[in-house]
Ligand binder design. Structure first.
Ligand code: UDP
Length: 320
């Protein structure tokens, strides 16, 4: 009788914000985890606590290059991508390449190994939505040539490619449409609203609200999101599933909440609204409830307290 081997999971972008939390979840479930990352926007600081773990391996690799791994692979979680609007501006070509070529390489590896494949897709596939809240059946309203188009279109292509591998090659694939998620390990200066407002509030700098601040977002705590990813990977449903927290608020309300939780009296200033900034965003999570028995559990205040504590730690160590 052969000895039972560990489940092997590959996480592309495993040194990023979401990828590193996913590595933690999978290691906790007893998997062997291979983390691939080119560290363009990810950071070894996010996985340094895993150094020396007997079931964890980090490979510094660009997933748009040919992927070769020895031995069996049971799951591939494709999370590699820049994920903040200022990163798309700084790395437009890399963003397109990782969503398109990187997804092709990751799917090719999944096919070669007959692995289960999960794509980290995004609410950006809905663009600036004209249907609200957004169900998975909505096809979106995306500007293909705007500054965000490099991300939106790459992810839309990635979804199309994933469904083609599922339908044509019979691969076991899953697509998570991830809505705004926050928590420890977000990059302090990645330009997204959560690290921006928290670092500003903690340092007594003005909170920069873009536009009039009446645009809305719905924020999900990272632990909830990652739990949903784990469930999606194991279910028998292959079309896209929204994962996010439906609690919606305006960016201005969000700034005020963060300021209060940080105990800051920093002022709120307005800055120009970025091009194609979606006016509303809220996931319809009926499908996730039905297919995965999943819904977020962590309240906004609880999640923000943990996130603020993380950024306070960085501030105390001079890392902001
Ligand atoms: N935003 C803001 N101030 C900032 C950063 C972002 O008002 O310093 C706004 C941004 O215009 C958007 C929302 O916050 O309406 C969320 O932006 P983020 O970059 O976090 O992600 P998005 O949801 O736009 O992809």
């Amino acid at each position: 009788m052969s000895a039972k081997r560990d489940i092997v999971s590959v996480v592309t972008g495993g040194a990023g914000f979401l990828g590193s939390h996913l590595c933690d979840l999978l290691l906790g479930q007893g998997h062997r985890v291979v983390c691939l990352d080119n560290l363009l926007t990810g950071s070894v600081a996010n996985i340094e606590h895993l150094a020396g773990h007997s079931r964890f391996q980090f490979i510094h690799q660009d997933v748009t290059d040919y992927l070769y791994l020895r031995g069996p692979v049971d799951n591939i979680f494709h999370f590699a991508s820049p994920a903040s609007p200022i990163d798309y501006l700084e790395f437009p070509i890399q963003t397109l390449k990782v969503g398109a070529l990187g997804t092709h390489k990751a799917l090719g590896l999944a096919r070669a190994k007959q692995s289960c494949f999960l794509l980290a897709s995004t609410s950006e596939t809905y663009g600036d939505p004209e249907v609200h809240p957004q169900p998975e059946t909505y096809w979106g309203h995306v500007n293909p040539i705007g500054p965000r188009g490099v991300y939106d279109e790459a992810k839309r292509f990635a979804e199309a490619l994933t469904m083609a591998y599922h339908r044509f090659h019979g691969l076991n694939t899953h697509i998570a449409r991830i809505f705004n998620t926050y928590g420890p390990r977000m990059r302090p200066r990645d330009g997204r609203v959560v690290p921006a407002f928290i670092t500003q509030a903690l340092q007594g700098e003005p909170l920069t609200v873009f536009g009039d601040g009446h645009q809305t977002r719905s924020f999900c705590y990272v632990a909830d999101l990652i739990e949903g990813i784990g469930r999606l990977a194991q279910c028998d449903y292959h079309e896209p599933v929204n994962l996010g927290n439906p609690q919606e608020m305006t960016v201005l309300q969000f700034a005020e909440r963060i300021r209060a939780l940080c105990g800051s009296r920093a002022e709120i200033v307005h800055r120009p609204l970025p091009v194609d900034d979606p006016k509303v965003r809220q996931p319809n999570i009926a499908l996730a409830r039905q297919q995965l028995g999943w819904e977020p559990r962590v309240s906004l205040d609880e999640g923000l307290e943990k996130t603020i504590a993380y950024f306070r730690g960085l501030l105390a160590r001079g890392q902001l």
